[in-house]
Structure formats: structure tokens, C-alpha cells
Design a protein around this ligand. Sequence first.
Ligand code: UTP
Length: 290
Amino acid sequence: MKVKKAVIPAAGLGTRVLPASKAVPKEMLPIVDKPAIQYIVEEAAAAGIEDILIITGRGKGAIEDHFDRSPELEAKLLSSGKEEMQRQMAAISHLANLTFLRQQETKGLGHAILCARQFAGDEPFAVLYGDDVVLGPVSATGELCAAYEEYGLGVVGIQPVQLSEIGRYCTLAVKELADGRFAVSDMIEKPKPEQVLSPYAVLGRCLLTPEIFPILENTPPGAGGELQLTDAMRTLARTKGMIGVQYSSKRYDMGNKLGILQATVEVAAAHPEVGPQFLAYLKEFLQNQP
Ligand code: UTP
């Protein structure tokens, strides 16, 4: 079955990037000239996703405004001869069929996904974490969709991380099936050192079938007292198995200050308008560092 739907959970409070995220949703923090969530919607659209549900919450209205048409702005751009910019503004609202749903309490990523039950209906759906931007020539969501179409199982986007860091992530029991594709038989969220299954972690993307919903309903709150999506996926991995896809593009953690800086520097360096000037500035700046 072809994957046509995606869910972007974006209701989290973003406490790691305060105070920037106090009044501005962290998903709206810019990477050079686009908010993080636009890169994410573009990645989904590039994978052939047609319908996207964004899970929002209080104070996240700017996300809806960003993907809405803006007739006054567009008229102004046209009347001042900025046709290309007008075209770009109009295109934002046509990336996909976007709908929005409020998660009334931030009870965890698993709870946010439960809110998408009606939207998913009986179809598989991709999940793109609203604060993980994955950039590169290949859509990571597209790679997950291809694996789902081949194996018919739920899929997690994975990457190896430093063993010293794995305690912050969800460690996976994996067995390589093909280049960059793995059978996943178990996972543990925020493992203690003795629980580490491998350096591979779930990072920012997954693809689920509606069978996740009854599992989520029966999953107790986990790490941090929140309903963890990975706890429910663990049940799925242990019973039916899941597929891990080591996606080929690069992930930037926009929920973390260093991740925001890395994304900004790398996108700026390759940006057609400001890239050359920015690189020259950066070189000079670094030369003058002690
Ligand atoms: P995070 O745990 O990274 O987001 O969730 P957070 O809760 O905002 O983080 P901190 O620790 O306070 O900084 C991963 C994704 O799941 C969404 C977040 O918006 C983020 O995109 N999320 C998280 C929800 O939609 N609802 C929740 O209840 C929790």
C-alpha cells in the first residue's frame, strides 16, 4: 500500500530551547530563511505524501499562519514587482493538504500520535518529529516509505550515535538485512548503560500502521511520566518486528541549541544567496579566534 499520509507532532513545550521557544513555537525557529517545520513538510511532500496532520497546542498558532495563504502580502509583492517571492509564498500553502489538531495536554509523543487516530483511519502513516529537520538530496521519509512498501512492517528511521550519548535516545536491537536496512526486534527508551542494545537509535522519523493505536492505549506512561511512542513501538518490534532504515540525509536536532546552530551554519554555507559571503565571513571570524 502506498503511503499518502503523515503526522507531524509539534505540540511539545520545547523547554530545552527556552527562552526562544517561550512565545515562538520551536518548530518555527528559522534555519536561515525558512522555519524548521517548512523543511519537514517539504521532505514529506518530496516523498509523495498528500495529507499531513500537524499536532499543535496552545501558543502554536504561528505554525497554522505560516502554511495559510496571505492574500494581502501576495498582492503587495505582486504590485512591487516581486513575482518570484509571491510565487514562493503561494507555494508554501500548496505543499500538501494540511490539517491541524490540538493536543490539549502535552502528555508525550505517544499521546500526540494517539490524537491522529481518526486522521490515519485504516492507512499507514509517516511520523516526522516536528523538531527534527533532516536535510539532503534524498527524502528520509521517502526512504522509510520504500521500506514499508517492500516489507509491509512498521519502520523506524535510525542512525548510529556515540555510545556515551545513547542514554538520551532509544537504543535498538538490530540485525542487518541489506545495505542500510535492519530487522528491529527490541528497543529501550533512555537506556541505562547496562541496557544498551546497540549504538543505533530511533531518530526523528518513523512509519506506522493503525495497529499502533490499541498498543498506545494500553501502554503506561514511561520516561519522564510521558506516554512514549517508543514504548509502544517496542511492543510492535517484539511481537511483529519492525524495520530500521538508516536514512542517508543528515538530521539536525532543532530541539537543542547546538543542533539549531549546526543547521544554521550548514544551510547558510550552502545557501545560493548568502552562502559565499557567509563562508568568507566565517573563515575570517575563525582566523581571528584565539
Ligand atoms: P520532544 O520531547 O523532543 O519535545 O518531542 P519537547 O517535549 O518539546 O522537548 P523538551 O524536552 O521540552 O525540550 C519530540 C516531538 O514530539 C512533539 C514535540 O513537539 C517534538 O516535535 N511532542 C512532544 C508533542 O507533539 N506532544 C507532546 O506531548 C510531546
